[in-house]
Design a protein around this ligand. Sequence first.
Ligand SMILES: [Zn+2]
Length: 296
Amino acid sequence: MHDRDCLHRFMFEHFPIRGHLVHLDSAWHALIEHHDYPALIRDILGETVAASLLLAGTIKFDGVLSLQLQGDGPVQLMLAQCTSGLGVRGLARHRAGSSPAGGIGDLMGAGNLTVTLETDDGTQRYQGIVPITGRRLAESLQIYFENSEQLPTRLWLHADARGASGMLLQRLPGPASEAADPAAIDDAWRRVQLIGETLTAPELSTLADAEILHRLFNEDDLRLFEPSPVYFRCRCSRERVSGMLQGLGAAETRSVLAERGEVEVRCDFCNRAYVFDAVDVEQLFKAAVAGGSSVH
Ligand SMILES: [Zn+2]
């Protein structure tokens, strides 16, 4: 049985190479339960979510990492957001009536992959943007790591109706103090990537992490750390929706209220409904005037 809803870190004892394995099970079901995605789109979204966790696991930060794919194809948007505490949410937007087929390049059309970090203090750390290329998300991420000043990194991803999984390998800056032979580290990095290539989707999605690592890297000494739980977490709140309505303006909000008797805003990520009646709406704009400034 594979490890469930967790991120597992591991280290090669003799080389500056580390890795992560991630699996989403209930977190994945919670993430897609209110959406009716075509299977192909669902699976790429799952890979995007798994990748966002693997990326977040490599960075020290307090905030939210967003992995976004945007294009002019049948699928316009794939978005996964992961907090530093490994809470994830995500969504895909596709053109109605389209029955997408092919690889990620066909689905997204001409577009970009963007990685952004938003720290808890509100500052944005822009990470990088690359064109979407190849058939698999992992290929575009490969280009991202080659083009940005990130550490050499490889990812393997798989998602289906049952879950989403991924493995990351990353080469760290070599230990300057030790008498480590740089050529030996180069060889090791080349070797572990080649071995990584032999990992099959069924192995990644069904085997326990210790078993995966034993099958792949039994020649190496590895240290497997305690797993960190991953979970579905939406960051929507009545406060945020109130701010959004205040941004929309009193006239616009009141006209929706007049037309429908209430204002209902549904979260695109978790489908939670926020309902504002006439009293709520008046309160919203009284508060904004009293506050003297927009909540945005
Ligand atoms: Zn939500």
